[in-house]
Design a protein around this ligand. Structure first.
Ligand code: ITT
Length: 187
């Protein structure tokens, strides 16, 4: 089966398509629909709302959208749903500055993936990976906050570990795996 991923982020698309390939699902990038993002501190609401703008009653294809956030515990979950904006404005350096003098550097990434399509309505799948914020950016692979995120059980950042390991543990891999399992059992 094939599914369209409505996203402007090709790195997200590459990671997600490699996960779904293992389920025999072809993921195609869809740049013709727009992912309309409401402002909310809840990723699930952002995803559900975006899907309502994509899937009408007589939709004939399956679509997914995904919204993510990096949640830093001692910053009360900041940047969370504002991660994209914070990445573009203060960036990695800004986040590291906010973490100066903070000992507890624990954080997690959360992904919410939403599916809509014929007879499906809207289904949501989530994935979380815990870890900590590095002292400085390290590594060249991946995208976004990967150079400053060290997943639990490792000493290297996602940008150092590379996509092979990232795709075994990441928030995105977990959310898309649960989508893949659901599709295998229900469609
Ligand atoms: P869409 O077009 O799909 O919305 P986006 O890049 O705007 O793509 P999100 O709003 O879902 O993506 O993600 C928010 C930001 O969080 C994103 O721009 C990255 O900076 C960061 N992020 C998300 N997933 C990440 C990951 O796996 N590794 C590092 N940073 C990530």
């Amino acid at each position: 089966m094939r599914i369209f991923f409505v996203t402007g982020n090709e790195a997200k698309f590459r990671e997600a398509s490699s996960v779904l390939k293992e389920f025999g699902i072809d993921l195609l990038i869809d740049k013709s629909h727009k992912k309309v993002e409401i402002q909310s501190d809840n990723l699930e609401d952002i995803v559900s709302n975006a899907l309502q703008g994509i899937c009408s009653d007589n939709v004939s294809d399956y679509y997914v959208v995904e919204d993510d956030g990096l949640f830093i515990n001692r910053l009360n979950g900041f940047p969370g749903p504002y991660s994209s904006y914070v990445y573009k404005t203060i960036g990695l350096t800004g986040i590291l500055k906010l973490m100066n003098d903070i000992d507890d550097r624990t954080a997690y990434f959360k992904s919410v993936v939403g599916l809509c399509g014929p007879k499906v309505g809207i289904k949501l799948f989530t994935g979380v990976v815990s870890g900590r914020i590095a002292m400085e950016p390290r590594g060249t692979e991946g995208f976004g906050f990967d150079p400053i995120f060290i997943p639990e059980g490792y000493d290297k950042t996602f940008a150092e570990l590379g996509i092979g390991i990232k795709n075994r543990l990441s928030h995105r891999a977990r959310a898309f795996k649960s989508l893949g399992n659901w599709l295998l059992n229900n469609l």
